[in-house]
Design a binder for this molecule. Structure first.
Ligand SMILES: [Zn+2]
Length: 108
């Protein structure tokens, strides 16, 4: 908890924090204003926060663990932001990934 309030960047990627009042989840080092402790939930991985219905913070971008993501990732998250999390179907998601249909075949 202390690492969370100290915005310790060394904890990036170790856990993520969700705020129940906003439905947003963040990296520990997020520059955004911190929520009260009773409104926090912790997730070991960003995908766990997504699965729980939280959306990635636009300030700390918890879905981008290693620098700039590939274009297709940005496109998927742009769609999620426009349409709301959970409305993107598996088929829509696959159609936007390099893995779709095996046409590029460079991701393995
Ligand atoms: Zn954040």
């Amino acid at each position: 908890m202390r690492a969370f309030y100290d915005r310790d960047a060394s904890f990036d990627g170790i856990f993520f924090t969700g705020v129940t009042t906003t439905g947003i989840f963040c990296r520990p080092a997020c520059p955004a204003k911190k929520a009260k402790e009773e409104h926090l939930v912790f997730f070991p991985q960003a995908k766990d926060a997504l699965a729980a219905g939280f959306r990635p913070c636009k300030l700390c971008r918890p879905m981008e663990p290693h620098g700039t993501p590939p274009d297709w990732v940005r496109e998927v998250f742009a769609i999620l932001e426009d349409e709301g999390a959970g409305k993107l179907t598996d088929r829509q998601l696959r159609s936007r990934t390099p893995c779709a249909g095996g046409s590029s075949g460079t991701m393995a």
